[in-house]
Structures are given as C-alpha cells and as structure tokens.
Ligand binder design. Structure first.
Ligand code: GTP
Length: 405
C-alpha cells in the first residue's frame, strides 16, 4: 500500500465515523422531543400547534393552573380556594345546620346577664349597704320599678325581703343576695308550664305567631323553625302576612336556610286562606309542626284584630292550633302590656315570646307580662342572630339578672 492509498483510507474512515456520530446525536434529539411533545399535548388549554418556549410553557401553565394543579402543587393551592370561585356556592345555597340548643343557651345566658348588668349591680349594691334604712328600701323599690317589674310585684318583693331580713336577721351581703335570688325566682314562677305546643298528634302541631308590627314576629318564626329543625322535626312555614310581600320573602329566606318549605299567597290575599293552605300542606306532607306567621297589626284597629280570630278559626277546620305565641318587644314597656291585653281578647294566647331583651335593662317586664296575661313567657329573643332565641327558664333568668361582670 503506497502513501496515497493509505491517506485515502484514513480519510474514508474519518468521514464514516463523522457521519455515524452525527446520526447518533440527531436521533437522541428526536428522542427528547418525542417525550416532551406528548406532555404539552396533555394540557388541554395549550393552543393547538404552539409548542412554545420553556418560558412560554411555564406562563401558560401558570395561567391555567386550576386545571393543571398537580403539575405545580406549591402555587396551585391558594388559587384553588380563592374567593372568586365562591359565588358558585352562593348560587346553590346550602342548608344551614342550626346551633345545638345547649351551646345556644350558654351563649344567650351570658348575653342576658350582660344586658341587665345595670339592674343587677344596682340591686346588689343596695343590699350590700351597711345599714338598711327606709331610704335604702325606697331606692331599692325605685330600681325595681325602673326595670319594668311593675308596682304590685315590686311591693310584694320588697315586703317579702323586709320580712326575711327581720325574721332571719340577715345582715351579710351574701345572705342578702341569696334571699333576693330566692324571692325573685318565686315571683318569676318556676312552676309555670313553659313547654311549647310543638308535639305532633293526629295532625301536625300548629303554632300561630301574633303581635304588633316590628316586634320581631317573622324573625321569631325563622328562629323557632331553626330550633325545631335542630330537634329533627319536619317543619313547614305559612306566610299569612299577606299585607307586606317582603314579609313572605323574609320568611321564605329563613325557611330555605334551614331547608324548610314555605306556603305563601299572593300579596293582599286572604290571610286565613293562606293559613288554611299551609296547614293543609303540612297535614298532607305529615309535617311535625306548621308555624303560621301573621301580619303585624295595630292593636287599636278592631277590624284587623277580628281578622286574627278568623285566621285561627279557619285553621281549626283542619287541625287544632296547639300554640298561640304573642311576640312582645321587651323595650316597649307598658305599651307592650297594653298590646298584650288586647291580643289576648281576640285569640287565646298560650305563650309569650319576649324579644329584644338583649337591648333592654328591663328584664322585670317578664314578670308583669305573665301576671297581666296569666300565660308564661316561653321564649326570649336575645339578638338579631339566627340562633338568638332561647327557651325561658325562671332560675336561669334570675341568675343572669344577678350576675355581675
Ligand atoms: N336586638 C334584637 N333585635 C331583634 C330581636 N328579634 C327581632 N329583632 C329585630 O327586629 C326587627 C323587626 O323584626 P321582624 O321579624 O321583621 O318583625 P315583625 O314583627 O315580623 O314585623 P312586621 O313584619 O312588620 O309585622 C328586625 O330588625 C329584627 O332583626 C331580638 O331578640 N333582639
């Protein structure tokens, strides 16, 4: 082999090796593209045919992250729970679970003691004085009267306490407080039956809610429905307040929040006929309780008051009315009592709901109302919140009155 041949041979070998290396590199690049491409295609939001650069790919991924969350877990989570996605929940309102009666009571007891603090402080301060002279007893009477206890109950209470102080020789503030507590419990009367007529018999229990405008009837119906739903009862609401369309809307909203149906009529429809239909629907659906909200009416308007009697009579063609609750605003004092008297003439009131006790330092109204009407206070409203309605209990009420912060 001469030199020329050898040179040509070496050059040939170099060319063959170069071509082979080129082919290997190309096939590796193809292989890489081949694995990355399907990943891009998996992303539905990736515009067709735009493979994009690595930066573009990341931006596209960021923009569509809610759907591609698993690819970027560290930044995806906050966006998944971002508030902008919540309106979907609003569009489909979920049924609320009312607060359990026990925890509601604890909260309400605290609120009651807070709102009546001036009363409790005043009473206990008086009884803590070193010397209980005539002036002290007079101041004590004034404090009781200003809390809407009424003249007769105030006289009775003072009389009973003066006797006990003399006979038992009470001089210590602790003993005085104990005696006051016992005497107050006596006049609030723990022996009264405060159970609500909400137990189904052959028919659904029917609760009629009556009272003057603005006392809190509709709110009370809504809150009561929540209490009953929390007790696992099937409830139906009747919007017999046909004078004010907004009242039926308000009631329907309360109902839908706890998953309870509302029967309503057209604005201006006969309230008795709406009440009748509601009780009929409740009977057909085998509901446990039908609560009928009635229109607020001026207690001075005889025609309207007579109509209330008619609503009750018409309901009773279907099923007995098991509870008639009169709603009174605790802040209205003597005016509330006048209302109570007139309502009691038209329908047989079986229980009183005293609302807005949270905004009143006049807890004494409980005693006057019971005396005037001869019916017990069964429920108290202690705020505008959905679960701010509590069963009334004499001992707890007095303890709340006498609680000092
Ligand atoms: N602070 C407080 N406000 C209450 C209570 N109960 C009801 N309210 C408020 O009183 C106002 C009147 O309540 P409604 O339930 O609309 O009264 P209503 O008697 O149905 O009134 P009409 O529909 O006009 O007859 C509302 O703003 C309620 O939130 C309560 O116990 N405490």
């Amino acid at each position: 082999m001469d030199g020329t041949t050898l040179t040509l041979l070496i050059a040939g070998i170099i060319i063959v090796l170069g071509v082979t290396a080129g082919l290997v590199v190309t096939s590796r690049r193809r292989a890489l593209r081949g694995t990355s491409k399907p990943e891009l295609e998996k992303t539905p939001e990736q515009p067709a045919g735009s493979a994009g650069t690595a930066v573009e790919d990341r931006e596209a991924d960021t923009a569509t992250r809610p759907d591609t969350a698993p690819a970027q877990p560290e930044t995806a989570e906050p966006e998944v729970v971002q508030p902008e996605t919540e309106p979907a929940v609003v569009e489909q309102p979920t049924v609320e679970k009312p607060e359990a009666p026990e925890s509601r009571l604890v909260r309400l007891r605290r609120r009651l003691s807070g709102s009546n603090n001036a009363l409790s402080r005043g009473l206990l301060a008086l009884l803590s004085r070193d010397k209980l002279d005539e002036d002290t007893w007079e101041d004590f009477e004034d404090t009781l009267l200003s809390s809407d206890l009424g003249v007769n109950p105030t006289m009775e209470l003072v009389e009973a306490l003066r006797d006990r102080f003399k006979v038992e020789g009470i001089s210590d503030p602790g003993q005085a407080r104990g005696a006051l507590r016992e005497e107050l419990i006596k006049i609030v009367d723990p022996t009264l039956d405060r159970t609500l007529g909400t137990v189904r018999g052959d028919h659904p229990a029917v609760v009629m809610v009556v009272g003057v405008n603005g006392t809190g009837k509709t709110t009370t119906v809504g809150k009561l429905a929540r209490v009953l739903v929390a007790e696992d009862k099937d409830v139906l609401l009747g919007a017999a307040d046909t004078f004010r369309a907004a009242a039926a809307d308000q009631l329907e909203t309360w109902g839908s929040r706890v998953g309870v149906p509302t029967v309503r009529g057209a604005e201006g429809a006969d309230p008795a006929s709406v009440a009748f239909e509601a009780v009929k629907a409740g009977t057909e659906a085998e509901a446990d309780v039908v609560i009928v909200d009635t229109a607020g009416r001026l207690h001075t308007k005889t025609g309207l008051m007579d109509e209330l009697g008619k609503v009750k009579r018409v309901i009773e063609r279907q099923a007995p009315v098991t509870e008639v609750l009169l709603v009174l605003d605790a802040t209205t004092g003597q005016n509330g009592l006048t209302q109570a008297r007139i309502f009691a003439e038209v329908v047989d009131i079986t229980g009183v709901v005293l609302t807005k006790l949270d905004g009143s330092a006049k807890g004494g109204i409980v005693i006057q109302v019971q005396r005037e009407l001869g019916v017990p206070v069964k429920l108290v409203g202690l705020g505008e919140g959905v679960d701010d309605l509590a069963p009334f209990e004499a001992t707890e009420f007095v303890d709340a009155l006498l609680t000092q912060d």
